[in-house]
Design a protein around this ligand. Structure first.
Ligand code: NAD
Length: 254
């Protein structure tokens, strides 16, 4: 793992799953982080464990996102990295998706990612020289379902497709500014999202069924994705922008 001492980050969805794994690895590698999440209890637990600062709120609120970036500058003096892992899923086909579900998932997954990116980029443009190696970098969480279609998750697929192309467009907007914007696209990962909005219980049989869809035959541990997200965010990945990086054990190779 890269040494992140001297680096500051905002990590959304940092209370659970891959966001929490990212907070743990980043702080263990010397970085200072603001962990953003709407789940107060879980956020405080991860913050106490890692020394991250918890900010509780909803990323679909643009003024909250602006406040988060301002807090990073107040606490750390600058903002090097933003990792947008906050996200939700709706498990329904297209005709079964309600207006409320559609707007909710678009608000969190698409608008939330956009609002955090916009606030972060405005700050990154103010810091560092235009010709410096790195003004800042952003990693958004896409998904294999942002590229592939899948039955029963229509709004989720649409939201992640939007995150992918938002990532590419912002990367091109700021390619000359030394601000890198990429996405990590996980496959099947063993996090609480597996249970979220599912009508059936998560049993060993369900987990085995999910694993059998993956070429490597298993789900990812959240840290296996977090390590890739942090590599992309780090200065080691200085020639990467606008990339969508699959971390999917071969899922999209077929
Ligand atoms: N688990 C998977 O298999 C998988 C696969 C591909 C992509 N992803 C994506 O990876 C990201 C992380 O997912 P995870 O599996 O770790 O999920 P998770 O449910 O474990 O964690 C998501 C976190 O985001 C927070 N959150 C949700 N809505 C929020 C909001 N409006 N404001 C602030 N915080 C909010 C939740 O409280 C939670 O702590 C998500 O964007 C998800 O869509 C997950």
């Amino acid at each position: 793992m890269t040494n992140f001492s001297g680096k500051s980050a905002v990590i959304t969805g940092g209370a659970s799953g891959m966001g929490a794994a990212t907070v743990r690895l980043f702080t263990a590698a010397g970085g200072r982080a603001i962990l953003v999440d709407k789940n107060r209890d879980l956020a405080q637990t991860v913050a106490e464990e890692t020394g991250a600062i918890a900010m509780i709120g909803d990323v679909s609120d643009s003024s909250f996102c602006n406040d988060v970036i301002a807090a990073a500058v107040t606490n750390f003096g600058k903002l090097d990295i933003v990792i947008n892992a906050a996200g939700i899923i709706v498990r329904s086909n297209g005709v079964g998706t309600t207006d409320e579900q559609w707007h909710r998932i678009m608000n969190v997954n698409v608008s939330g990612t956009f609002f955090m990116c916009r606030a972060a980029i405005k700050q990154m443009l103010k810091q560092g020289a235009e010709d410096s190696a790195m003004r800042g970098s952003i990693v958004n969480f896409g998904s294999i379902w942002g590229d592939l279609g899948a039955a029963g998750v229509a709004a989720y697929c649409a939201s992640k497709g939007a995150v992918h192309n938002l990532t590419r467009a912002l990367a091109l907007d700021h390619a000359q500014d030394n601000i890198r914007i990429n996405a990590v696209c996980p496959g099947e990962v063993n996090t609480p999202m597996i249970q979220s909005e599912r009508n059936e219980q998560v049993t060993p049989e369900l987990m085995a069924r999910l694993a059998s869809t993956v070429p490597m035959g298993r789900l990812a541990d959240p840290a296996e994705v977090a390590r890739v997200a942090l590599f992309i965010a780090s200065d080691e990945a200085s020639y990467m922008t606008g990339s969508l990086v699959n971390v999917d054990a071969g899922f999209t190779a077929r």
